[in-house]
Design a binder for this molecule. Sequence first.
Ligand SMILES: [Zn+2]
Length: 62
Amino acid sequence: MTDKPFTIVRRDDLVPLCPHCGGELTEVYMRTKGLGFVEAQNVLYFCPHCMKVLGFGQSRMI
Ligand SMILES: [Zn+2]
């Protein structure tokens, strides 16, 4: 285990690229999977260019 400091730099001026098609992710599509609006839902993030999934997340709708 190293104790290297980890720095997070906010760069709102940079546009991330899709790892699948290389398209600029000026926006990311998301859709929720699951029923019910009270419980936490699984959120699917995907590329608007190639529709490939970029990642999963959880959103709590309270
Ligand atoms: Zn893509």
